[in-house]
Design a protein around this ligand. Sequence first.
Ligand code: FAD
Length: 418
Amino acid sequence: MTAAGVILTRMSGQLRVAVVGAGAAGLCAARHILSRQNNFLPPVVYELSGGVGGTWVYEERVGCHDNGLPIHSSMYRNLRTNLPKEVMMFPDFPFDPQLPSFLPHQEVKRYLERYSQHYHITPHIRFQTVVEEVKPVAMETGEGKVTWEVTSSGGQGGPRTETFDAVFVCNGHYSVPYLPSIPGLEHFKGTLLHSHAYRVPEPFAGQSVVVLGAGASGLDISIELAGVNAQVTLSHGRPPLQVPLPPQVMLLCTGYSFNYPFLPRAALGLQVQPHLVAPLYLHLVPPAWPSLFIVGVCKTICPFPHFHTQVQFALAVLEGAVALPSRADMEAEIQRETDRKLSEGVELRHLLKMEWAQWEYYRTLSRLGGFPPPPPVTQSLYEEVWRQRQRHPQNYRQLNYQLISDTQMSGQLRVAVV
Ligand code: FAD
């Protein structure tokens, strides 16, 4: 029996799906589940905070909330998106046309709130409710049949366990700082901060700061620190740290670790390292558990179109429109793909980086799942912005783009700089 066949032999009626998290990925999962009422009951979306938006909910405080839960968001006050809204948007839900292409974070939060309302997701979200455990329970009636027990706390009453046919894990992976080992750090007397806890540049005015890591946050934060007359040294690449440790401040923009405290990793056969979650077939499904979907683990992608594509594919799997290969075949393919990348020199910590490979990935999932891929303009604009960012890291956000429907030529969307 194929893995997908396992799902299709459900006893009767619609499938009941749990969604962990009401950030962009969880909202997207809920939106598509709600649109397929023939096959799915309304989802239960668990959200530990009091609102939707996840990463996009800026929190001035650092550390913990009053209830002891760690602050989830890594947003800083002046953040503007590094993708234009024409690329960032869910392909079926544009941003407000009046807004500029590169948005302050507040606008993305508003957009996600609008998405949640528009698709009537909000009533299905259990706010202030933490998923503590997601556990597979084998059913008696035959090989591989699985239901999932989700135990949550908070909300009303004590811990509660409910049963589902499938689970979408959408808890995000930009919350738990990754701290590299730095020789001599134990003797450092200055301030040590990870970008997760960075909010505003003013406290660094006039100071000497080493920013370690030149990813999106490292670059942006360096630029804003330079704007308040901090002496910034941007350290990146290999060998790891070229300069002596500074006297005052060091800011680690060294990325984040994957973290799934609610998943029984050993029982699921999942390996979770700071930069890797494996094995996941098509970066989404553990081969042994094809009714568990870990959404959005890839990096250097267009997150919202990525979620939109993965979620539709996952639902097509649950509906039986896509038959996954057998567990052994999925595992073999993952191994082949991993070996190929490693033999090409890709480091283990970059195995989930997609970059230009994302477009073929979307086309593959869309073809298999029988739904349209993100429009070609998403790719061409993404690539154009990528070039602009290389050339003008300080002011590429000043450009505004506009999507134009090219009905006479090809029916495709084109893009213009306005
Ligand atoms: P999140 O937004 O992190 O949402 C996860 C949700 O799960 C949260 O609401 C959290 O409270 C909830 N949760 C977690 N654990 C539990 C639990 N146990 N129980 C219940 N709920 C739980 N993307 C772009 O497209 N453009 C950008 O310009 C951009 N800039 C970024 C800048 C920064 C600083 C960061 C950190 C990220 C940026 N991103 C950007 C990427 C961004 O993370 C994604 O766009 C997207 O918001 C991720 O959505 P998510 O739903 O996967 O995760």
